[in-house]
Design a protein. Sequence first.
Length: 159
Amino acid sequence: MRRVLCATAVSLVAALPAQAANGSSGPFALALATLVSEHSPTLSVFDKKTLKKLFAGHTNVSYPSGKTITVSADKINCKTSDVDITLHSCELTFGSRTFTNTGRAAHEIYATLVENGVPGEGAAGSLYEALTALTCTIDPNVVDQRAGGGATCSFTPGP
């Protein structure tokens, strides 16, 4: 069973488009920006709602021309386990504030870090995804064009 799961995971990761080791763009960047924005203490409610609408496929949003949405986090640390399969946790740090997610919300962030090309690490039954200095820039008017552009993220892999 474990070999089947590992082979499936390798197949899924191999099917993902190649992402730079220090950033991403397109749908994966939009997903990461949207999930992280939910906890951002500095992002406006309007920007958070705009990102949620875009991520849900509602691209007909009204956003000022030439303006972008910037989503930043100082650090994201996620952990799961292949031994304690109920363990899913992510900590998102914004300055002096840290938010902890568990369960499904943590798994969504963990999986999105993988999609964005963040290299994982593991030790003794624990699997980690971590980054620092996340900055995502979303241009809702470019995303609205549905041509694959308008979303980029940069980050430094690791804790």
